[in-house]
Design a protein. Structure first.
Length: 161
């Protein structure tokens, strides 16, 4: 096996191109840029509109490559659920940009649980709620902080399982 070089980039799901950041970084490796971009777009097509971390590992000797995709950040997953919202609130304490139901929060928490380094789904849900706080997104019509004590008391144990 020859020397390997790894390149990490953030690309929009399904829309990677030969331009920056991938093209200039991959050029010196000799890997087939067209094939790499095709592979990235194939692997990220389910994340259209979201920024996805990708890692491309190229064997400089054989010019073969591997593509690994990461998971979009929690904030991107929240925004995906609020199509009318482009970004989080600039003043999250005062300006609320959207509202999500708890089921959506649980779905996001489940998808991110492994990468959040939390002990269980309940902790993952609270982490996602924390992101909602900083983005100005209410949950079930309430400020997300109002849900923390309710979750701790077991009020949602039937749905967070």
């Amino acid at each position: 096996m020859g020397d390997k070089v790894s390149i990490e980039a953030l690309v929009e799901g399904g829309k990677a191109s030969a331009g920056p950041p991938i093209g200039p970084a991959l050029g010196p490796t000799g890997a087939n840029l067209y094939q790499v971009v095709q592979k990235i777009n194939e692997l990220t097509k389910d994340f259209m509109g979201l920024k996805i971390p990708v890692k491309i590992t190229v064997d400089k000797e054989t010019k073969t490559f591997e593509v690994e995709i990461g998971s979009p950040p929690v904030s991107a997953l929240i925004l995906k659920e609020l199509p009318e919202v482009e970004k989080g609130s600039t003043e999250a304490n005062r300006i609320i940009v959207g509202n999500l139901d708890l089921d959506t929060i649980i779905t996001i928490a489940r998808s991110k649980q492994e990468s959040l380094l939390v002990k269980d789904l309940k902790a993952a849900v609270k982490t996602v709620l924390g992101t909602c706080v900083s983005m100005g997104v209410n949950v079930e019509g309430k400020h997300p902080k109002e849900l923390f004590p309710e979750i701790d008391k077991g009020a949602y144990d039937s749905v967070i399982a």
